[in-house]
Ligand binder design. Structure first.
Ligand code: KIV
Ligand code: ZN
Length: 521
Protein backbone atom coordinates (compact mmCIF):
# COMPACT_ATOMS: atom_id res chain seq x y z
CA UNK A 1 0.00 0.00 0.00
CA UNK A 2 3.00 2.34 -0.04
CA UNK A 3 3.98 4.65 -2.84
CA UNK A 4 6.19 2.93 -5.41
CA UNK A 5 8.42 5.90 -6.14
CA UNK A 6 10.97 6.33 -3.33
CA UNK A 7 13.13 8.94 -5.00
CA UNK A 8 11.19 11.99 -3.85
CA UNK A 9 11.01 11.06 -0.15
CA UNK A 10 12.71 13.39 2.33
CA UNK A 11 14.46 11.76 5.25
CA UNK A 12 12.92 12.90 8.55
CA UNK A 13 15.15 12.87 11.62
CA UNK A 14 13.64 10.83 14.45
CA UNK A 15 14.49 12.34 17.84
CA UNK A 16 13.39 9.94 20.54
CA UNK A 17 12.59 11.42 23.95
CA UNK A 18 11.36 8.27 25.71
CA UNK A 19 14.20 8.54 28.23
CA UNK A 20 13.62 12.24 28.97
CA UNK A 21 10.07 13.50 28.36
CA UNK A 22 8.82 9.88 28.39
CA UNK A 23 10.33 9.29 31.79
CA UNK A 24 8.38 12.33 33.00
CA UNK A 25 5.16 10.27 32.58
CA UNK A 26 3.69 9.85 36.05
CA UNK A 27 4.97 6.57 37.50
CA UNK A 28 7.31 5.79 34.58
CA UNK A 29 10.70 6.16 36.23
CA UNK A 30 13.43 3.76 35.08
CA UNK A 31 16.62 2.69 36.76
CA UNK A 32 20.05 2.90 35.12
CA UNK A 33 20.07 -0.67 33.79
CA UNK A 34 16.64 -0.18 32.30
CA UNK A 35 17.63 3.09 30.66
CA UNK A 36 20.67 1.44 29.11
CA UNK A 37 18.54 -1.42 27.78
CA UNK A 38 16.07 1.08 26.26
CA UNK A 39 18.92 3.17 24.77
CA UNK A 40 20.37 0.06 23.09
CA UNK A 41 16.93 -0.87 21.74
CA UNK A 42 16.59 2.65 20.30
CA UNK A 43 19.97 2.29 18.57
CA UNK A 44 18.82 -1.04 17.08
CA UNK A 45 15.57 0.62 16.00
CA UNK A 46 17.77 3.18 14.18
CA UNK A 47 16.40 6.39 15.65
CA UNK A 48 18.69 9.31 14.81
CA UNK A 49 18.82 11.12 18.15
CA UNK A 50 18.32 9.76 21.67
CA UNK A 51 17.43 12.37 24.28
CA UNK A 52 18.90 10.58 27.26
CA UNK A 53 17.82 12.90 30.08
CA UNK A 54 18.12 16.23 31.84
CA UNK A 55 21.53 16.03 33.55
CA UNK A 56 21.06 18.90 36.02
CA UNK A 57 17.76 17.42 37.27
CA UNK A 58 19.36 14.85 39.60
CA UNK A 59 22.55 12.85 40.07
CA UNK A 60 20.65 9.81 38.74
CA UNK A 61 19.77 11.67 35.53
CA UNK A 62 23.35 12.85 35.12
CA UNK A 63 24.71 9.34 35.58
CA UNK A 64 22.21 7.90 33.10
CA UNK A 65 23.06 10.46 30.40
CA UNK A 66 26.79 9.85 30.92
CA UNK A 67 26.44 6.06 30.74
CA UNK A 68 24.24 6.27 27.65
CA UNK A 69 26.71 8.69 26.03
CA UNK A 70 29.43 6.10 26.69
CA UNK A 71 27.40 3.19 25.37
CA UNK A 72 25.69 4.50 22.25
CA UNK A 73 27.34 4.13 18.85
CA UNK A 74 25.53 5.05 15.67
CA UNK A 75 23.03 7.61 17.05
CA UNK A 76 23.35 11.11 18.45
CA UNK A 77 23.01 11.39 22.24
CA UNK A 78 21.34 14.52 23.52
CA UNK A 79 21.02 16.10 26.96
CA UNK A 80 18.50 18.77 27.96
CA UNK A 81 19.41 22.05 29.67
CA UNK A 82 17.62 25.27 30.53
CA UNK A 83 19.28 28.44 29.18
CA UNK A 84 21.27 28.62 32.39
CA UNK A 85 25.07 28.27 32.54
CA UNK A 86 25.06 25.61 35.29
CA UNK A 87 22.57 23.46 33.32
CA UNK A 88 24.55 23.69 30.09
CA UNK A 89 27.88 22.97 31.79
CA UNK A 90 26.39 19.95 33.55
CA UNK A 91 24.82 18.69 30.32
CA UNK A 92 28.18 18.87 28.57
CA UNK A 93 29.92 17.12 31.46
CA UNK A 94 27.54 14.19 30.95
CA UNK A 95 27.69 14.24 27.14
CA UNK A 96 31.33 14.91 26.37
CA UNK A 97 32.28 11.24 25.96
CA UNK A 98 29.55 10.63 23.35
CA UNK A 99 30.50 9.66 19.80
CA UNK A 100 28.00 12.22 18.51
CA UNK A 101 26.70 14.59 21.22
CA UNK A 102 23.94 17.21 21.04
CA UNK A 103 23.03 19.85 23.64
CA UNK A 104 19.35 20.82 23.73
CA UNK A 105 18.66 24.18 25.39
CA UNK A 106 15.18 25.49 26.05
CA UNK A 107 13.50 28.65 27.28
CA UNK A 108 9.79 29.50 27.40
CA UNK A 109 8.64 32.21 25.02
CA UNK A 110 4.83 32.48 25.29
CA UNK A 111 3.24 35.50 27.01
CA UNK A 112 1.79 33.30 29.77
CA UNK A 113 5.19 31.81 30.60
CA UNK A 114 7.02 35.15 30.24
CA UNK A 115 4.63 36.93 32.55
CA UNK A 116 3.82 34.33 35.22
CA UNK A 117 6.75 31.91 35.25
CA UNK A 118 9.83 33.83 34.14
CA UNK A 119 8.81 37.46 34.71
CA UNK A 120 10.98 38.47 31.77
CA UNK A 121 10.45 40.87 28.87
CA UNK A 122 10.68 39.83 25.22
CA UNK A 123 14.12 41.47 24.95
CA UNK A 124 15.38 39.60 28.01
CA UNK A 125 14.09 36.31 26.58
CA UNK A 126 15.92 36.84 23.29
CA UNK A 127 19.13 37.71 25.13
CA UNK A 128 18.87 34.66 27.43
CA UNK A 129 18.18 32.35 24.46
CA UNK A 130 21.17 33.73 22.53
CA UNK A 131 23.45 33.41 25.57
CA UNK A 132 22.29 29.83 26.16
CA UNK A 133 22.84 28.75 22.55
CA UNK A 134 26.27 30.42 22.49
CA UNK A 135 27.38 28.76 25.70
CA UNK A 136 26.29 25.34 24.36
CA UNK A 137 27.98 26.09 21.06
CA UNK A 138 31.22 26.69 22.95
CA UNK A 139 31.13 23.00 23.84
CA UNK A 140 29.57 21.35 20.83
CA UNK A 141 28.60 22.17 17.26
CA UNK A 142 25.34 20.31 17.41
CA UNK A 143 22.95 22.56 19.37
CA UNK A 144 19.18 22.44 19.46
CA UNK A 145 17.09 25.32 20.76
CA UNK A 146 13.45 25.00 21.91
CA UNK A 147 11.23 28.02 22.55
CA UNK A 148 9.02 26.25 25.12
CA UNK A 149 5.26 26.74 24.53
CA UNK A 150 6.10 27.89 20.98
CA UNK A 151 2.62 27.06 19.70
CA UNK A 152 1.07 29.64 22.07
CA UNK A 153 3.78 32.24 21.41
CA UNK A 154 2.90 35.36 19.38
CA UNK A 155 4.06 34.46 15.85
CA UNK A 156 6.06 37.70 15.30
CA UNK A 157 7.98 37.16 18.52
CA UNK A 158 8.51 33.47 17.75
CA UNK A 159 10.05 34.41 14.39
CA UNK A 160 12.42 36.85 16.16
CA UNK A 161 13.50 34.28 18.77
CA UNK A 162 14.07 31.57 16.17
CA UNK A 163 16.11 33.91 13.98
CA UNK A 164 18.25 34.99 16.96
CA UNK A 165 18.82 31.38 18.09
CA UNK A 166 19.96 30.35 14.59
CA UNK A 167 22.20 33.41 14.38
CA UNK A 168 23.75 32.36 17.70
CA UNK A 169 24.51 28.90 16.30
CA UNK A 170 21.48 26.62 16.79
CA UNK A 171 21.53 23.88 14.16
CA UNK A 172 18.03 22.61 15.04
CA UNK A 173 15.11 24.78 16.13
CA UNK A 174 12.38 22.82 17.82
CA UNK A 175 8.80 24.10 17.94
CA UNK A 176 7.14 22.52 20.99
CA UNK A 177 3.41 22.32 21.44
CA UNK A 178 4.15 22.06 25.14
CA UNK A 179 0.53 21.90 26.30
CA UNK A 180 -0.95 19.96 23.36
CA UNK A 181 -3.16 22.88 22.36
CA UNK A 182 -2.64 23.36 18.64
CA UNK A 183 -4.47 21.78 15.70
CA UNK A 184 -3.14 20.48 12.35
CA UNK A 185 -4.18 23.53 10.25
CA UNK A 186 -2.66 25.89 12.85
CA UNK A 187 0.51 23.84 12.89
CA UNK A 188 0.77 23.97 9.08
CA UNK A 189 0.44 27.73 9.18
CA UNK A 190 3.00 28.18 11.98
CA UNK A 191 5.67 26.11 10.22
CA UNK A 192 4.99 27.77 6.84
CA UNK A 193 5.24 31.20 8.47
CA UNK A 194 8.58 30.35 10.07
CA UNK A 195 9.88 29.10 6.71
CA UNK A 196 8.67 32.24 4.90
CA UNK A 197 9.57 34.87 7.47
CA UNK A 198 12.77 33.79 9.25
CA UNK A 199 15.57 34.87 6.91
CA UNK A 200 18.19 32.36 8.14
CA UNK A 201 15.82 29.40 8.55
CA UNK A 202 17.67 27.41 5.88
CA UNK A 203 20.66 27.18 8.26
CA UNK A 204 18.75 24.99 10.73
CA UNK A 205 16.47 21.97 10.74
CA UNK A 206 12.94 22.71 11.94
CA UNK A 207 11.83 20.20 14.53
CA UNK A 208 8.47 19.53 16.12
CA UNK A 209 7.60 18.35 19.65
CA UNK A 210 3.89 17.75 20.18
CA UNK A 211 2.08 16.79 23.37
CA UNK A 212 -1.10 14.80 23.19
CA UNK A 213 -3.51 16.62 25.51
CA UNK A 214 -6.21 16.79 22.83
CA UNK A 215 -5.17 13.53 21.16
CA UNK A 216 -3.64 15.38 18.18
CA UNK A 217 0.11 14.94 18.77
CA UNK A 218 0.63 12.57 15.83
CA UNK A 219 -1.65 14.56 13.49
CA UNK A 220 0.07 17.83 14.44
CA UNK A 221 3.53 16.32 13.90
CA UNK A 222 2.51 15.04 10.48
CA UNK A 223 1.09 18.46 9.57
CA UNK A 224 4.44 19.99 10.52
CA UNK A 225 6.31 17.50 8.33
CA UNK A 226 4.00 18.18 5.40
CA UNK A 227 4.71 21.91 5.87
CA UNK A 228 8.49 21.40 5.85
CA UNK A 229 9.69 20.29 9.31
CA UNK A 230 12.66 17.92 9.12
CA UNK A 231 12.73 16.40 12.63
CA UNK A 232 10.03 14.84 14.81
CA UNK A 233 10.41 14.49 18.56
CA UNK A 234 8.47 11.49 19.77
CA UNK A 235 8.46 8.69 22.31
CA UNK A 236 7.85 4.95 22.29
CA UNK A 237 4.25 4.14 23.20
CA UNK A 238 3.56 7.90 23.20
CA UNK A 239 5.03 8.30 26.71
CA UNK A 240 5.54 11.78 28.11
CA UNK A 241 4.26 14.47 30.45
CA UNK A 242 0.52 14.24 31.18
CA UNK A 243 -1.20 12.70 28.11
CA UNK A 244 2.21 12.02 26.56
CA UNK A 245 4.12 12.91 23.41
CA UNK A 246 3.70 12.03 19.76
CA UNK A 247 3.91 8.23 19.53
CA UNK A 248 7.03 7.16 17.62
CA UNK A 249 5.50 3.99 16.21
CA UNK A 250 2.40 5.78 14.93
CA UNK A 251 4.14 8.72 13.30
CA UNK A 252 6.79 6.49 11.67
CA UNK A 253 4.23 4.06 10.26
CA UNK A 254 1.96 6.90 9.10
CA UNK A 255 4.80 8.34 7.03
CA UNK A 256 5.78 4.92 5.70
CA UNK A 257 2.27 3.74 4.89
CA UNK A 258 1.18 7.07 3.40
CA UNK A 259 4.41 8.13 1.78
CA UNK A 260 2.26 8.96 -1.26
CA UNK A 261 1.02 11.94 0.79
CA UNK A 262 3.91 12.84 3.06
CA UNK A 263 6.74 12.10 0.61
CA UNK A 264 8.89 11.43 3.66
CA UNK A 265 10.43 8.47 5.45
CA UNK A 266 12.80 7.66 8.32
CA UNK A 267 15.66 5.24 8.96
CA UNK A 268 13.56 3.34 11.53
CA UNK A 269 13.61 -0.47 11.27
CA UNK A 270 9.87 -0.94 11.60
CA UNK A 271 10.16 -4.67 12.44
CA UNK A 272 11.65 -3.64 15.78
CA UNK A 273 8.71 -1.45 16.81
CA UNK A 274 6.75 -4.14 18.68
CA UNK A 275 9.75 -5.55 20.61
CA UNK A 276 10.84 -2.01 21.57
CA UNK A 277 7.33 -1.11 22.65
CA UNK A 278 7.21 -4.25 24.81
CA UNK A 279 10.55 -3.47 26.41
CA UNK A 280 9.50 0.10 27.26
CA UNK A 281 6.17 -1.09 28.61
CA UNK A 282 7.94 -3.66 30.75
CA UNK A 283 10.53 -1.34 32.26
CA UNK A 284 8.17 1.58 32.87
CA UNK A 285 5.31 -0.59 34.08
CA UNK A 286 2.95 1.36 31.75
CA UNK A 287 0.84 -1.12 29.82
CA UNK A 288 0.10 -0.65 26.14
CA UNK A 289 -3.69 -0.62 25.58
CA UNK A 290 -4.85 -3.58 23.50
CA UNK A 291 -6.36 -1.32 20.87
CA UNK A 292 -3.33 0.99 20.60
CA UNK A 293 -2.45 1.66 16.94
CA UNK A 294 0.55 -0.27 15.53
CA UNK A 295 1.75 -2.04 18.70
CA UNK A 296 -1.44 -2.95 20.62
CA UNK A 297 -2.26 -6.65 20.88
CA UNK A 298 -5.45 -6.12 18.83
CA UNK A 299 -3.92 -3.87 16.18
CA UNK A 300 -4.00 -6.71 13.64
CA UNK A 301 -6.72 -8.92 15.15
CA UNK A 302 -9.87 -9.44 13.09
CA UNK A 303 -12.90 -10.44 15.13
CA UNK A 304 -15.92 -10.17 12.86
CA UNK A 305 -16.64 -13.02 10.46
CA UNK A 306 -16.88 -10.67 7.50
CA UNK A 307 -13.44 -9.23 8.22
CA UNK A 308 -11.88 -12.64 8.83
CA UNK A 309 -13.30 -13.93 5.58
CA UNK A 310 -11.97 -10.89 3.71
CA UNK A 311 -8.46 -11.15 5.21
CA UNK A 312 -8.25 -14.86 4.45
CA UNK A 313 -9.11 -14.17 0.81
CA UNK A 314 -6.87 -11.13 0.48
CA UNK A 315 -5.03 -9.58 3.46
CA UNK A 316 -5.22 -6.03 2.11
CA UNK A 317 -9.02 -6.04 2.23
CA UNK A 318 -8.79 -5.02 5.90
CA UNK A 319 -5.08 -4.43 6.56
CA UNK A 320 -3.16 -1.35 5.44
CA UNK A 321 0.17 -2.72 6.74
CA UNK A 322 1.26 -6.23 7.62
CA UNK A 323 1.63 -7.32 11.23
CA UNK A 324 5.12 -8.61 10.39
CA UNK A 325 6.21 -5.17 9.11
CA UNK A 326 5.91 -3.74 12.64
CA UNK A 327 7.38 -6.76 14.37
CA UNK A 328 4.51 -9.09 15.22
CA UNK A 329 5.54 -12.65 14.43
CA UNK A 330 3.17 -15.11 12.83
CA UNK A 331 3.79 -18.68 13.90
CA UNK A 332 1.71 -21.62 12.85
CA UNK A 333 3.68 -23.90 15.14
CA UNK A 334 2.47 -23.94 18.73
CA UNK A 335 5.06 -25.09 21.26
CA UNK A 336 4.27 -27.75 23.86
CA UNK A 337 5.87 -30.00 26.43
CA UNK A 338 7.78 -31.99 23.81
CA UNK A 339 9.43 -28.90 22.34
CA UNK A 340 13.13 -28.59 23.01
CA UNK A 341 15.43 -25.78 24.04
CA UNK A 342 16.48 -25.01 20.43
CA UNK A 343 12.87 -24.58 19.30
CA UNK A 344 12.18 -22.29 22.25
CA UNK A 345 15.36 -20.26 21.63
CA UNK A 346 14.41 -19.91 17.99
CA UNK A 347 10.91 -18.70 18.87
CA UNK A 348 12.25 -16.20 21.40
CA UNK A 349 14.58 -14.81 18.76
CA UNK A 350 11.84 -14.53 16.16
CA UNK A 351 9.71 -12.66 18.71
CA UNK A 352 12.46 -10.03 18.75
CA UNK A 353 14.11 -10.82 22.10
CA UNK A 354 17.77 -11.25 22.72
CA UNK A 355 18.38 -13.27 25.88
CA UNK A 356 21.59 -14.38 27.54
CA UNK A 357 22.34 -18.13 27.87
CA UNK A 358 21.70 -17.88 31.66
CA UNK A 359 18.29 -16.28 31.11
CA UNK A 360 17.50 -18.89 28.46
CA UNK A 361 18.04 -21.68 30.99
CA UNK A 362 15.63 -20.07 33.45
CA UNK A 363 13.13 -19.34 30.69
CA UNK A 364 13.35 -22.94 29.44
CA UNK A 365 12.71 -24.36 32.95
CA UNK A 366 9.70 -22.10 33.38
CA UNK A 367 8.49 -22.99 29.87
CA UNK A 368 8.64 -26.72 30.74
CA UNK A 369 6.77 -26.09 33.99
CA UNK A 370 4.08 -24.21 32.09
CA UNK A 371 3.92 -26.75 29.28
CA UNK A 372 3.17 -29.43 31.89
CA UNK A 373 0.17 -27.42 33.10
CA UNK A 374 -1.01 -26.18 29.70
CA UNK A 375 -1.35 -28.31 26.60
CA UNK A 376 -0.21 -25.57 24.23
CA UNK A 377 2.13 -22.69 24.96
CA UNK A 378 1.39 -19.63 22.80
CA UNK A 379 3.64 -16.71 21.85
CA UNK A 380 1.93 -14.50 24.46
CA UNK A 381 2.87 -17.08 27.11
CA UNK A 382 6.48 -17.09 25.94
CA UNK A 383 6.64 -13.29 25.95
CA UNK A 384 5.29 -13.31 29.49
CA UNK A 385 8.04 -15.71 30.61
CA UNK A 386 10.77 -13.78 28.79
CA UNK A 387 9.51 -10.60 30.44
CA UNK A 388 9.95 -12.22 33.80
CA UNK A 389 13.40 -13.67 33.33
CA UNK A 390 15.18 -11.69 30.65
CA UNK A 391 18.30 -10.21 32.19
CA UNK A 392 18.47 -7.20 29.89
CA UNK A 393 15.11 -5.99 31.13
CA UNK A 394 14.00 -5.16 34.67
CA UNK A 395 16.76 -6.18 37.03
CA UNK A 396 15.57 -6.37 40.54
CA UNK A 397 17.61 -4.21 42.86
CA UNK A 398 19.23 -5.77 45.91
CA UNK A 399 17.00 -3.64 48.11
CA UNK A 400 13.81 -4.91 46.44
CA UNK A 401 11.28 -6.96 48.39
CA UNK A 402 10.88 -10.54 47.14
CA UNK A 403 7.78 -12.71 47.47
CA UNK A 404 8.47 -15.92 49.37
CA UNK A 405 5.06 -17.55 49.94
CA UNK A 406 1.41 -16.99 50.77
CA UNK A 407 -1.37 -18.99 52.36
CA UNK A 408 -4.96 -18.00 51.75
CA UNK A 409 -8.24 -19.36 53.01
CA UNK A 410 -11.39 -17.85 51.64
CA UNK A 411 -14.90 -18.85 50.74
CA UNK A 412 -18.37 -17.40 50.52
CA UNK A 413 -18.93 -16.80 54.27
CA UNK A 414 -16.39 -15.07 56.54
CA UNK A 415 -13.62 -12.63 55.53
CA UNK A 416 -10.63 -14.22 53.85
CA UNK A 417 -7.58 -14.89 55.99
CA UNK A 418 -4.17 -14.54 54.48
CA UNK A 419 -0.56 -14.93 55.54
CA UNK A 420 2.23 -13.57 53.33
CA UNK A 421 5.97 -14.04 53.68
CA UNK A 422 8.38 -11.62 51.97
CA UNK A 423 12.11 -11.23 52.15
CA UNK A 424 14.15 -8.06 52.21
CA UNK A 425 17.96 -8.01 52.04
CA UNK A 426 18.00 -11.67 53.06
CA UNK A 427 15.63 -11.30 56.01
CA UNK A 428 12.14 -12.83 55.97
CA UNK A 429 9.12 -10.95 57.31
CA UNK A 430 5.50 -12.06 57.44
CA UNK A 431 2.07 -10.66 58.23
CA UNK A 432 -1.44 -12.03 58.54
CA UNK A 433 -4.56 -10.15 57.57
CA UNK A 434 -8.13 -11.32 57.94
CA UNK A 435 -10.38 -8.34 57.38
CA UNK A 436 -10.42 -8.02 53.60
CA UNK A 437 -13.53 -7.76 51.41
CA UNK A 438 -12.00 -10.45 49.25
CA UNK A 439 -8.69 -12.14 48.51
CA UNK A 440 -7.21 -9.17 46.59
CA UNK A 441 -8.03 -6.73 49.36
CA UNK A 442 -6.66 -9.13 51.98
CA UNK A 443 -3.46 -9.69 49.98
CA UNK A 444 -2.98 -5.95 49.61
CA UNK A 445 -3.52 -5.39 53.33
CA UNK A 446 -1.03 -8.07 54.30
CA UNK A 447 1.71 -6.88 51.90
CA UNK A 448 1.25 -3.26 52.97
CA UNK A 449 1.60 -4.36 56.58
CA UNK A 450 4.94 -6.07 55.85
CA UNK A 451 6.45 -3.34 53.66
CA UNK A 452 4.97 -0.49 55.68
CA UNK A 453 4.28 1.93 52.83
CA UNK A 454 1.37 4.43 53.14
CA UNK A 455 -0.33 3.44 49.88
CA UNK A 456 -3.88 2.87 48.67
CA UNK A 457 -4.99 0.39 46.03
CA UNK A 458 -6.46 2.53 43.28
CA UNK A 459 -7.21 -0.06 40.65
CA UNK A 460 -6.82 -3.78 40.09
CA UNK A 461 -7.13 -5.68 36.81
CA UNK A 462 -6.88 -9.35 36.02
CA UNK A 463 -6.68 -10.62 32.45
CA UNK A 464 -5.97 -13.95 30.78
CA UNK A 465 -2.77 -13.78 28.69
CA UNK A 466 -4.22 -16.16 26.07
CA UNK A 467 -7.54 -17.93 25.52
CA UNK A 468 -8.49 -21.23 27.17
CA UNK A 469 -9.27 -22.26 30.73
CA UNK A 470 -5.60 -23.08 31.42
CA UNK A 471 -4.38 -19.60 30.41
CA UNK A 472 -1.89 -17.67 32.52
CA UNK A 473 -3.41 -14.69 34.31
CA UNK A 474 -1.87 -11.24 34.32
CA UNK A 475 -2.57 -9.08 37.37
CA UNK A 476 -2.07 -5.32 37.11
CA UNK A 477 -2.34 -3.05 40.14
CA UNK A 478 -2.25 0.73 40.45
CA UNK A 479 -1.14 2.11 43.79
CA UNK A 480 -1.27 5.68 45.05
CA UNK A 481 1.10 6.96 47.69
CA UNK A 482 -0.91 8.90 50.27
CA UNK A 483 -0.73 12.70 49.80
CA UNK A 484 0.69 12.32 46.30
CA UNK A 485 -0.82 12.43 42.84
CA UNK A 486 1.55 9.85 41.40
CA UNK A 487 0.24 6.42 40.53
CA UNK A 488 2.59 3.45 40.42
CA UNK A 489 1.78 0.39 38.39
CA UNK A 490 2.88 -3.18 39.04
CA UNK A 491 2.18 -6.29 37.03
CA UNK A 492 2.90 -10.00 37.10
CA UNK A 493 1.88 -13.18 35.36
CA UNK A 494 1.27 -16.65 36.73
CA UNK A 495 -0.98 -19.64 36.17
CA UNK A 496 -2.11 -18.99 39.78
CA UNK A 497 -3.97 -15.66 39.71
CA UNK A 498 -3.57 -15.07 43.45
CA UNK A 499 0.17 -15.51 43.11
CA UNK A 500 0.09 -13.06 40.15
CA UNK A 501 -1.74 -10.57 42.40
CA UNK A 502 0.84 -11.03 45.17
CA UNK A 503 3.74 -10.46 42.74
CA UNK A 504 2.05 -7.46 41.10
CA UNK A 505 1.43 -5.66 44.42
CA UNK A 506 5.03 -6.23 45.47
CA UNK A 507 6.26 -5.10 42.02
CA UNK A 508 4.38 -1.77 42.39
CA UNK A 509 5.67 -1.27 45.94
CA UNK A 510 9.25 -1.94 44.78
CA UNK A 511 8.81 0.72 42.07
CA UNK A 512 7.72 3.23 44.73
CA UNK A 513 10.71 2.37 46.90
CA UNK A 514 13.13 2.64 43.96
CA UNK A 515 11.72 6.06 42.99
CA UNK A 516 12.14 7.20 46.63
CA UNK A 517 15.72 5.93 46.75
CA UNK A 518 16.53 7.73 43.49
CA UNK A 519 15.09 10.97 44.88
CA UNK A 520 17.08 10.70 48.10
CA UNK A 521 20.29 9.98 46.17
O1 KIV B 1 7.17 20.10 25.97
C1 KIV B 1 8.17 20.84 25.92
O2 KIV B 1 8.09 22.04 25.66
C2 KIV B 1 9.46 20.24 26.20
C3 KIV B 1 10.67 21.07 25.89
C4 KIV B 1 11.72 20.93 26.92
C5 KIV B 1 11.16 20.73 24.53
O3 KIV B 1 9.54 19.10 26.58
ZN1 ZN C 1 7.66 18.00 26.15
Amino acid sequence: MTSENNSDRRNIVIFDTTLRDGEQSPGASMNLQEKLAVAQALVDLKVDVIEAGFPIASPGDFEAVREIANLVKGAQVCGLARCVNADIDRAWEALKCAENPRIHVFLATSAIHREFKLRMSQEEIIQRAVDGVKRAKGYCDNVEFSPEDACRTEIDFLCQVVEAAIEAGATTVNIPDTVGYTTPPEMTKRIETLINRVPNIDRAIISIHCHNDLGMAVANSLAAVAAGAGQIECAINGLGERAGNCSLEEVVMAMRTRSDIFRADTRVVSQKLVPTSRLVSKVTGLKVPRNKAIVGQNAFAHESGVHQDGVLKERTTYEIMSAESVGFVKNDLVLGKHSGRAALADRIKSLGFDVTPESLSQIFDEFKRLADIKKEVYDADIIAIVDRFSSNQRRSADEDWKCVSYELSCGSTPSPAIKVVLSHCGEEKSATFNQGDGPVHAMFGAVRQVIGLPVTLKEFKLEAVTGGSDAQGEAVVFLNVENSETTYQGSAISTDVIEATFLAIVDAMNRIQRARRLRTK
